[in-house]
Design a binder for this molecule. Structure first.
Ligand SMILES: [Zn+2]
Length: 299
């Protein structure tokens, strides 16, 4: 079993064949999937995409690339949406949030404003965060030290070993996906091999960051097992061991994901790792049964 911890399944690129992609991903063994929203206008779509798949989950947040058109009021909208989503077992955290210092047209101060305000929401609801990290490792860490969310995932990580360790010390796993499949991605490959196994989760970032064998084409969660295969080879370990470890890691850093995946029939995920991940989850008032989408917080 595999978990795609970062997949924009709500993106327009999947409108024509979303259900086929989901069926193919499940057939390939992908039984958990997290859809991070990118702006308030996509909250409903992220939840709907998650609901299209047993084991689908979503996060709510404002992505740094979407900050130019976000307004201050969006922070209040996010807070209200999170309040409502806390009763929805498919809701797993705040994301995708972060800082992007690669795209020069973005205003760094505006990005910081949205990043910090969303860290406060994560802290207030004791939720993990899913971080967009692009040339911004140290700036992200600086605020994590101040606002101390419970951890989460630093997605598409591409920093130094020292920076990686500072994220893992703060309760984060690092997301590895398509970039790792390129021979020339030396730093990412070195990290993927050298980091302790409990620091790693798998992701596609579909439809973006296609693996080497789909270069410049649309990426999809169907590719996750093959990406996992690359990581298992790099680390010289079996697919089974990698599957178990990366699933347990995902449940540890996104505790509510274990609850979302408990809805998956017939995958045998009532394993010890799932049960222990559940007992770690202290989400207040999480219901034991799914509630209908209409109850679970559109804005
Ligand atoms: Zn993303």
């Amino acid at each position: 079993m595999w978990i795609d911890t970062h997949c924009h399944l709500d993106a327009g690129e999947f409108d024509a064949d979303r259900n086929t992609i989901i069926a193919d991903a499940q057939a390939a063994g992908v039984h958990g999937l997290v859809v991070p929203a990118v702006e308030c206008a996509t909250f409903d779509a992220a939840r709907a995409a998650a609901c299209a798949m047993p084991g689908g989950a979503y996060a709510l947040g404002i992505h740094p690339l979407y900050t130019p058109r976000a307004t201050d009021e969006d922070i209040a909208i996010l807070r209200r949406a999170v309040e409502r989503a806390m009763g929805d077992p498919r809701f797993v955290g705040i994301g995708e949030i972060g800082l992007d210092f690669f795209v020069k047209t973005l205003d760094p101060e505006r990005q910081q404003f949205f990043y910090v305000e969303q860290l406060k929401i994560a802290r207030d609801f004791d939720l993990p965060v899913i971080l967009h990290v692009r040339r911004s490792q140290d700036a992200l860490l600086k605020q994590l030290r101040i606002f101390t969310p419970r951890g989460g995932i630093a997605h598409a990580f591409n920093g130094s070993r020292q920076q990686a360790d500072m994220f893992t010390e703060r309760g984060f796993c690092l997301g590895f996906g398509g970039q790792m499949t390129f021979d020339r991605a030396l730093q990412i490959r070195r990290l993927a091999v050298d980091l302790p196994l409990d620091a790693l989760v798998l992701e596609t970032d579909a439809p973006d960051i296609a693996p080497e064998w789909r270069y410049k084409q649309r990426n999809s969660p169907v590719e996750l097992p093959r990406i996992a295969h690359v990581l298992a080879e790099l680390r010289g370990m079996t697919l089974d061991a990698l599957s178990q470890a990366t699933c347990a890691n995902a449940w540890r850093v996104l505790p509510r994901l274990a609850g979302a995946m408990a809805m998956v029939p017939g995958t045998g995920i009532e394993s010890e790792s799932l049960l222990s991940a559940r007992s770690l989850s202290d989400a207040p008032g999480a219901p034991t049964s799914p509630i209908s989408p209409s109850q679970s917080g559109s804005h």
